[in-house]
Design a protein around this ligand. Structure first.
Ligand code: CA
Length: 242
């Protein structure tokens, strides 16, 4: 086929979890993604999706918003909350135009979205594109954002090549933001990921540590860590932040 996104099979078999209660749509996607060389998991409701995601760690999730019981937005929130699944990219399937703004705003941490009715080809293109974007081979470490380089193996952070002394908490905070570069991380998600608990009263703890982190890495580097009003923080994925 002429489109480059269709050329060749994925290097290693990548697993897609399809979450959709409408059997016809789910089976159509499963069949076509299978034919494209993906390993496919299927869930018909939100709870099943969450348990499959935590258990099987798929490379990507196609998540319908309209689901019985726990809907796609709820599933997305739960996925983000659980450190085991928070890094898995999610493509939302939506028929609800009014949700698109929130998804696009990445408030929900979605990597992309597709509006129903969609063509299967379009979905496959989006899946490949998100997987390409998310592919971070181990040798690509350190994690980078503008002048910041965070080296997991050495447990070291450098800004413009100069080592910066961070506390364990600040290091883990920065690591979490860089691992989710381009995505908004709510204070609750950060509390869960960095401190390992969630309690509303501690939300300001996150602000305090982000403030200290920014002061230590300096003004220029700190521009890469954005405050997202009313939600949390995001490591920028544009401009100088690559
Ligand atoms: Ca549905």
């Amino acid at each position: 086929m002429p489109d480059e996104a269709f050329s060749g099979k994925p290097m290693k078999t990548q697993t897609v979890l399809i979450v959709e209660d409408e059997n016809d749509i789910r089976e159509l996607l499963a069949f076509n993604l299978g034919r494209e060389g993906f390993s496919v998991l299927e869930a018909g409701d939100g709870r099943e999706a969450l348990s499959l995601a935590a258990d099987k760690k798929p490379d990507i999730i196609l998540l319908d918003i309209m689901l019985p019981g726990l809907d796609g937005l709820g599933v997305s929130r739960e996925l983000q909350r659980d450190p085991k699944t928070s890094a898995i990219p999610v493509i939302m399937l939506t028929a609800r135009g009014e949700e698109v703004d929130r998804i696009v705003g990445l408030e929900l941490g979605a990597a992309d979205y597709v509006v129903k009715p969609f063509s299967v080809r379009e979905v496959i293109l989006r899946v490949r594109s998100v997987l390409r974007r998310n592919a971070v081979p181990p040798e690509a470490f350190p994690l980078r954002c503008g002048p910041i380089a965070l080296d997991m193996a050495e447990h070291a952070v450098r800004v413009d090549g100069i080592p910066v002394e961070l506390t364990i908490t600040e290091f883990r905070l920065l690591e979490d933001l860089l691992r989710h570069k381009g995505k908004v991380r709510s204070r609750e998600q950060l509390l869960n990921a960095v401190w390992g608990y969630s309690f509303e009263g501690y939300a300001r703890t996150v602000d305090t540590h982000v403030r200290r982190l920014r002061a230590k890495i300096g003004d220029e580097a700190a521009e890469g860590i954005e405050t997202v009003r009313g939600v949390g923080y995001r490591a920028r994925n544009d401009g100088g932040c690559v």
